[in-house]
Ligand binder design. Structure first.
Ligand code: MLT
Length: 312
């Protein structure tokens, strides 16, 4: 009977609007990706798909809201390597990132990019590192909160370069980027998709990306290796999850709607222009996201725990 009820529910699904909880501020990279996908999903699913920004504590508050909502397919948890991997090593979460969530689909990934305010007197990564080292007090680095992508990338950048940073937490890298442009903070180790248009416009400076190859859409920016910082490699991938217990048919429907959106030529072009890379076709199943999340937990938790991150 339970199975039948589940199938019946899935058959009528979706019968009302779906909410995607983005755990960071509007205007940032997670919000931007979620909104592009929501629009396409609306067309496929025949229902409104709305984005709700539930921010705070490195994204863990928004994820918690999604985890504790009904497992009926009407609440989706949008997140990434920070929220659905790193946060588990940074906070004592009131939920389990693996046991309490059902993976839906892996989303595009992008390297991190080291960017500074224009007033920083450096034109290369080597000069930036020299400037950071020469300062009497640590430079300020904007993040989306402890455990977010920009924070973990910053910690990794510190350990690769031997530099100390003073983190300034925001509710997302959208507002952090505004402050970088205004010169209120010194640097961000940001998702490329968030910063690249400001780099192109000349309102901030870029020094290197955390990848082993240059971006096709911005080939003038060197890799960290090329710029003299060995081993600074990190790819920030995003994904969607639903609460554990969501009927299988609903997970499949959502997965198919997102896969269709990702296959759209205009979406692809828009994302690639921002430095985002589409997941390979064979990585688009819920199982592939589950496997990726577990592998990344095994890789990152020891690194993050060793960094001994303090959370207020
Ligand atoms: C955001 O949308 O603000 C980001 O995904 C933040 C981050 O994790 O750095």
């Amino acid at each position: 009977i339970l199975a039948l009820t589940g199938a019946a529910r899935a058959g009528a699904y979706p019968a009302r609007p779906i909410t995607i909880i983005v755990p960071f501020a509007a205007g940032g990279p997670s919000d931007a990706m979620a909104r592009v996908l929501a629009e396409r999903m609306r067309a496929t699913l025949g229902q409104a798909v709305v984005v709700e920004n539930v921010t705070g504590a490195g994204g863990s508050i928004g994820v918690g809201r999604a985890v504790h909502s009904a497992p009926d397919g009407y609440t989706i948890s949008f997140g990434h390597l920070g929220t659905h991997v790193a946060n588990g090593a940074v906070y004592k979460l009131p939920y389990d990132l693996v046991a309490d969530l059902e993976p839906v689909v892996l989303l595009p990934s992008n390297p991190m990019i080291v960017v500074s305010k224009n007033a920083v007197p450096a034109t290369s990564l080597k000069e930036l590192l020299a400037w950071l080292k020469s300062r009497p007090a640590p430079a300020t680095a904007g993040t989306a909160g402890a455990g977010s992508g920009s924070h973990i990338a910053g910690v990794y950048f510190e350990s690769a370069s031997g530099i100390k940073l003073q983190y300034v937490p925001y509710r997302g890298t959208g507002p952090a980027l505004n402050d970088l442009i205004a010169g209120q903070i010194d640097i961000i180790v940001d998702q490329t998709s968030n910063s690249i248009n400001q780099v192109r416009a000349g309102t901030i400076r870029a020094y290197a990306i955390s990848d082993d190859k240059r971006l096709a859409s911005a080939p003038e920016i060197p890799t960290a290796d090329e710029a003299g910082l060995k081993g600074f490699q990190m790819t920030l991938w995003s994904g969607m999850w639903v609460p554990k217990g969501t009927p299988r048919e609903i997970v499949k429907k959502l997965n198919a709607a997102v896969v269709e959106a990702l296959g759209d030529a205009a979406v692809k072009k828009q994302m690639e222009n921002l430095g985002l890379e589409m997941p390979p076709q064979d990585q688009l199943t819920p199982e592939a996201l589950g496997a990726r999340q577990k592998a990344e937990i095994a890789k990152w938790w020891p690194i993050i725990k060793a960094a001994d991150i303090k959370v207020d």
